[in-house]
Ligand binder design. Structure first.
Ligand code: CTP
Length: 400
């Protein structure tokens, strides 16, 4: 399956190094060419000889040894890679990469590579949840690195929580997705994300709590899977995803204009934005002064962008979100039908770990043909992957 593909497998020091051995075995089984780079600390857990025997290639541990070799320096190792996979990736390695530091063979090669990089962090829960680590992780995702999040469970240090390296099989499958041509190649995908801002006067606006994280995760995953992605974003505090055309808008009307311009040429439209339903009837030209105890603001209905797209739908696959606080499935189904959608992502925004601002989401996928799929609590990146798996199925069914 991976014949002719070169994987550089970076291994940094943590108890999960033993899982990298199994990962290597899986890669070799499908005939990938694997070159292993180990940090000094990784060698304390498993000997390079184990990786060497299984990969049938010398294991690289020392930056300066490599310089002495004529045919393969660290740059050439980085150049050869079709995928650079790091499992386990320690907090230290993540920190170095996020801050552009390179002081050993692994960090140097990672900085030098133009290949896609998949990082699989594993560490103690408290380290994983520390602000420093999370800041670095966020930076790497924004820089375009792929990250397979650790899973929860019993950790080697005796603690319980998130920080375990996922099963080698799961890492292997994610790596394969990155190595074989993406399943969304040739698909033009339009995503909206974030809130809209409806201005009241020059200093005030009406908005909502949408963080944009869900829509940005969809845009990022779709781009990695080969889609040509345009992201139309309301005001959020997120970095623009790599490999995506991002357009920033303010109000619902601005978002409508941007979406409408690109609708005809889109194959798939995913509307994750929390569009304001109303805007002030008039925007005051000057700052409104407080003059009375009560203040009445007259609002005017905004167009329903998605319903308008539904009316004009031709070949497009149209997907909406339903943010609900009660009667989740009934309300979401009604929205899907009313807006002529192919799928709706029903989101109980009051559920623990779901909705606005959260890193995770708990959603049900509802389809126009009546099928329903309840997803477990997942990171927004994983929800995006599952959602896009269903988009691929709809495209395969000849909806396009
Ligand atoms: N939406 C839209 N334009 C609007 C309002 C919503 O395009 N003016 C889209 C959202 O992007 C989302 C879907 O419609 O994909 C559902 O949004 P939601 O806020 O859950 O529902 P509403 O249709 O606004 O209905 P209500 O607020 O009455 O629940």
């Amino acid at each position: 399956m991976l014949q002719g593909k070169t994987v550089v497998l970076g291994v940094s020091g943590g108890i999960a190094v033993y899982k990298a051995v199994e990962l290597l075995r899986l890669l070799i089984k499908v005939q990938a060419e694997v070159h292993v780079v180990m940090t000094k600390n990784a060698c304390e857990f498993v000997t390079p000889l184990t990786f060497q025997t299984l990969s049938h290639n010398p294991v690289h541990t020392d930056l300066f040894d490599l310089y002495q070799e004529q045919e393969i320096g660290h740059i050439s190792l980085a150049e050869r890679a079709d995928l650079f996979l790091v499992a386990p990736a320690t907090a230290n390695l993540i920190g170095k990469l996020a801050n552009g530091l390179a002081d050993d063979l692994l960090s140097t090669s990672l900085m030098a590579t133009k290949a896609p990089v998949l990082l699989c962090p594993a560490m103690n829960t408290n380290m994983y949840e520390s602000p420093g680590y999370l800041r670095n992780q966020q930076q790497l995702v924004a820089d375009g690195y792929r990250l397979l999040e650790p899973i929860s469970g019993d950790l080697a240090c005796g603690w319980q929580g998130k920080g375990k390296l996922p099963d080698p099989q799961q890492i292997f499958e994610t790596a394969c997705k990155l190595l074989v041509p993406g399943d969304l190649v040739g698909v033009r995908l339009l995503v909206t994300a974030g809130p809209t801002r409806e201005e009241i006067d020059p200093v005030r606006y009406l908005s909502n709590h949408s963080s944009g994280k869900m829509g940005y995760a969809i845009a990022r995953s779709a781009a990695t899977r080969g889609a040509e992605v345009t992201l139309i974003s309301g005001p959020v505090a997120l970095n623009e995803p790599a490999g995506v055309t991002t357009l920033q808008v303010g109000s619902a009307l601005e978002m409508q204009l941007a979406v409408d311009e690109r609708y005809a040429e889109s194959d798939v439209v995913i509307k994750a934005a929390a569009v304001a339903d109303y805007r002030p009837l008039q925007k005051a030209q000057q700052k409104i002064k407080k003059s009375s105890a009560e203040f009445c603001l007259q609002l005017k209905r905004n167009p329903d962008l998605l319903a308008e797209l539904g009316k004009r739908k031709k070949k497009q696959i149209l997907i909406g979100f339903a943010a609900e606080t009660e009667n989740l499935l009934e309300n979401a189904t009604a929205k899907m039908q009313k807006k002529n959608l192919d799928m709706i992502v029903a989101n109980d925004v009051t559920a623990e770990g779901a909705g606005f601002g959260s890193e995770t989401n708990l959603v049900n996928l509802l389809f126009a043909d009546g099928r329903q799929e309840a997803l477990p609590l997942l990171s927004k990146a994983e929800v995006a992957e599952r959602l896009l798996d269903r988009v691929v199925e709809l495209l395969d069914k000849g909806k396009l």
